[in-house]
Design a protein around this ligand. Structure first.
Ligand code: KG4
Ligand code: ZN
Length: 359
C-alpha cells in the first residue's frame, strides 16, 4: 500500500519552496527566490524576504502539485520548516502550512531546516546508512554531525563553526572582491580561471595545537586574510587578480572542510560521508571531497545541485520519514523557533517518537 503524500514547505530565508514526497520518492517540487531583490543590498533583507514569501506561497505550492501531477486533495500530511531562520520569513511558511493542514484535516510536522538539508540526499540516493557522517555547510551553519536514525535519534555534533559559516565567508569575501551576491556561486565561477595555489591563505584550526577543535571550524580569520590581501593590492594601486583570489579562497575552504570530514569518518569508523547545504554545490568542495573519500575508502554522497540549496523537497523528505516512523504530529499552535539548535529533525517535542524521547 502506498504511503501518504507529504507536502513540504520551506521559507526560512530567501527561497520559497514546496515539495511533494511519498515513500522516500520526490514527486515534484518548485522554488521561487527573492535573491534578485536582495542583490542591491548585498545580503538578505528580512522584510523583503517575508513579503516575497507571501507572494510566492500559493503559486509555488500549485507549481509543485502541477509538476507532480497531483491536486490539493492528494496531500496526506504537511511538513514545514519552523527554524532556524528569519523570523518573519518562517512565520509566513508556517501560517500557510497550518492553513493547508487545517483545511485538509491532515497532520502537520515542524521540521528543522538543517535536517531538511540532510534528508535532501535521500531523495536522490535512498535511505541513509546508519551511522553516517554529515558535513553540513550552508550560509549560516558549518557542522560535522554523526547521524544515526535521522528522525528517531538525537543528532551528535562533533564540531561546529566557532564564528562564521563557510557560505558566509564566501558571501563576505565576494563582496570585498567586488563580485555579485550571492557570493558562493560567484566565487565558484570566478575561480574557474584562477590558480588555486596563487595565494597561501590560512587553513584555520588544522594545526597540531588545535587538537581540541579538531572537528570545529573557523572562517572569520580566513575572511580577514582575504580582505587584507585585497586591500593590499588596492593600496599599492594594483589590479586585484580576482580569479586567483577566488580560486585560492575556495581551495582553503574546500581543503579544511574535506580534511576534517574525512578525519572524522576515520576516527569514528564511519564509512559514508554526506555533504549537504548550499556550499555542497561548490565545484571544488565536491571535487576534493570525491578525491579524498576515494583514497580513504569512504563512500561519498552529495545531493544533486538543485537539492543542495534551500527547497521544499528536503522538508517534505523529513516529513515523509516522520510519517513513516509513526511520529506524533505537531499541534496546530506550533510556533517558529528562529534559533533552533539541531538536536532532533522534528522541532516539536511531541513530534518525536517515544523511542527517541526516552533516548
Ligand atoms: O543552504 P543554503 O541555500 O541556505 C542556508 O541555509 O544558508 O546555503 C546558502 C549558502 C550561501 O552562503 C551561498 O553563497 C552558498 O550557500 N553557495 C555556494 C555555492 N552555491 C551556494 N558556496 C560556494 N559555491 C557554490 N557554488
Ligand atoms: Zn539552507
Amino acid at each position: 500500500m502506498q504511503g501518504r503524500v507529504v507536502l513540504g514547505i520551506e521559507s526560512s530565508c530567501d527561497e520559497t519552496g514546496a515539495g511533494l514526497v511519498r515513500d522516500g520518492k520526490l514527486l515534484g517540487h518548485a522554488v521561487a527566490s527573492s535573491m534578485a531583490e536582495h542583490a542591491r543590498y548585498g545580503g538578505v533583507v528580512p522584510e523583503i524576504a517575508a513579503r516575497a514569501h507571501v507572494h510566492s506561497f500559493n503559486p509555488v505550492v500549485q507549481q509543485a502539485l502541477d509538476r507532480a501531477g497531483l491536486t490539493m486533495s492528494d496531500i496526506g500530511a504537511v511538513a514545514v520548516t519552523t527554524g532556524p531562520g528569519l523570523s518573519g520569513a518562517l512565520q509566513v511558511g508556517l501560517a500557510g502550512a497550518k492553513g493547508i493542514a487545517y483545511a485538509l484535516d491532515v497532520p502537520l510536522y515542524g521540521v528543522h531546516h538543517l535536517a531538511g538539508h540532510v534528508a535532501a540526499d535521500t531523495l536522490e540516493h535512498g535511505p541513509l546508512p546508519e551511522p553516517c557522517m554529515v558535513l553540513i555547510v550552508s550560509g549560516g551553519h558549518t557542522s560535522l554531525l554523526l547521524v544515526r536514525d535521522l528522525v528517531r535519534d538525537p543528532i551528535l555534533h562533533l564540531g561546529d563553526t566557532l564564528d562564521d559559516a563557510a557560505g558566509e565567508c564566501f558571501d563576505k569575501v565576494a563582496r570585498v572582491f567586488g563580485l555579485p551576491y550571492p557570493g558562493g556561486p560567484a566565487i565558484d565561477r570566478a575561480a574557474r580561471d584562477g590558480n588555486r595555489k596563487a595565494v597561501a591563505f590560512p587553513r584555520p584550526l588544522t594545526g597540531t595545537r588545535d587538537e581540541r577543535h579538531r572537528f570545529a571550524f573557523s572562517f572569520s580569520g580566513l575572511k580577514t586574510a582575504a580582505a587584507r590581501w585585497s586591500e593590499q593590492h588596492r593600496a599599492e594601486g594594483r589590479d586585484l587578480p580576482v580569479a586567483d583570489g577566488a580560486a585560492s579562497l575556495q581551495e582553503a575552504v574546500a581543503d579544511v572542510l574535506t580534511r576534517k570530514a574525512v578525519d572524522a569518518c576515520r576516527e569514528h569508523d564511519v564509512s559514508t560521508l554526506v555533504v549537504v547545504g548550499g556550499v555542497a554545490a561548490n565545484s571544488r568542495v565536491r571535487e576534493l571531497a570525491e578525491q579524498r573519500c576515494r583514497s580513504a575508502g569512504i563512500t561519498l554522497r552529495v545531493p544533486p545541485l538543485g537539492l543542495c540549496t534551500d527547497n521544499g523537497a528536503m522538508i517534505a523528505a523529513v516529513g515523509d520519514l516522520l510519517v513513516r516512523s509513526g511520529a506524533e504530529p505537531a499541534p496546530l499552535d506550533l510556533s517558529i523557533d528562529p534559533s533552533a539548535p539541531l538536536t532532533y529533525a522534528a522541532l516539536t517535542p511531541a513530534a518525536r517518537t517515544p523511542a527517541s524521547a526516552a533516548a
